[in-house]
Design a protein around this ligand. Structure first.
Ligand SMILES: [Zn+2]
Length: 286
């Protein structure tokens, strides 16, 4: 993966506190936009127009009432016009996105990753966060998110071929396309197999398209670990819910949030796990 020669030139130590804040705040602002997406996309509404309004009284939300984190706290979680309660979910999504962005930024600094990879990770985080919440709310991963994410992955590959470990633009595009297609075939077969074995949809088509989108952006290895980590997280949560008698064996838990968790954990720790794996493998060979 291409890395930038001297990080201290781009991010001088003196300005570091500012950069820390900028990256966290960028995440909070994106989180604020994701709140709009999570609310509107499943209802087939435009995410651009009309501007945000209070769902109860229709009060037009001014820009100063729409500042991530701060507005919700200052307004006490209430609409400034009709004083109806505004869900703490809005605050939570903004904070979560801020923290997720900050951790990726911090990882980029410590590992001296390329800025192009950071931008890719940021975009993927935004997409999968929206998908995770929509899947949790409505049990669907919308095509309106998976298709644009696939296109984004295919379009960015030739622009930043370094992400695919090459400096050849066409080759990077073909890698991305092959990764997307391969993930599609394998996931579709897994979904079919699951249907035959369990007599119900263990994997939905939304999950298949989710994996194709991740494959197009971050490659087959990320895709594989997304499925592995997602399945482990999902199984533990399922068992915990059964133990707490809150779920039955067959009640389908939406898989999207766990897949998103898997993708994010791999973006954050993947390179470290890869090094660990290679070390282990080398020791076994000796
Ligand atoms: Zn209101």
């Amino acid at each position: 993966m291409g890395s930038i020669e001297s990080y201290s030139e781009i991010f001088p130590d003196m300005l570091m506190p500012m950069w820390h804040f900028v990256n966290f705040w960028l995440g909070c602002c994106i989180g604020s936009f994701l709140n709009v997406c999570i609310w509107r996309i499943p209802n087939n509404e435009s995410i651009v127009t009309p501007p945000s309004r209070c769902p109860k009284c229709g009060h037009h939300i001014a820009w100063y009432e729409n500042i991530p984190l701060l507005s919700w706290v200052v307004l006490g979680g209430k609409c400034s016009s009709c004083h109806c309660k505004i869900s703490s979910r809005y605050f939570f999504v903004e904070l979560l996105c801020g923290v997720l962005f900050y951790l990726l930024w911090f990882k980029t600094l410590t590992d001296s990753d390329s800025i192009s990879l950071l931008l890719m990770n940021y975009t993927v985080t935004a997409f999968i966060l929206a998908m995770a919440f929509i899947d949790y709310d409505h049990r669907i991963i919308p095509d309106k998110l998976t298709y644009p994410m696939m296109l984004f992955g295919l379009a960015i590959a030739p622009v930043f071929p370094g992400i695919w470990g090459t400096d050849d633009n066409l080759r990077a595009f073909l890698y991305s396309l092959a990764s997307l297609s391969g993930a599609g075939v394998i996931m579709y077969l897994l979904a079919l197999g699951g249907r035959v074995m369990f007599k119900q949809d263990a994997l939905g088509m939304g999950d298949v398209k989710y994996m194709m989108a991740v494959a197009a952006c971050l490659g087959p290895v990320t895709c594989f670990f997304t499925l592995l980590i997602g399945s482990i997280l999902g199984s533990f949560t399922g068992l915990a819910l059964i133990a707490l008698k809150k779920g039955k064996m067959k009640s389908a838990i939406p898989f999207g949030p766990f897949l998103a968790g898997g993708t994010y954990l791999w973006m954050l720790y993947g390179s470290r796990l890869e090094i660990l794996y290679r070390e282990l493998f080398r020791n076994f060979q000796l």
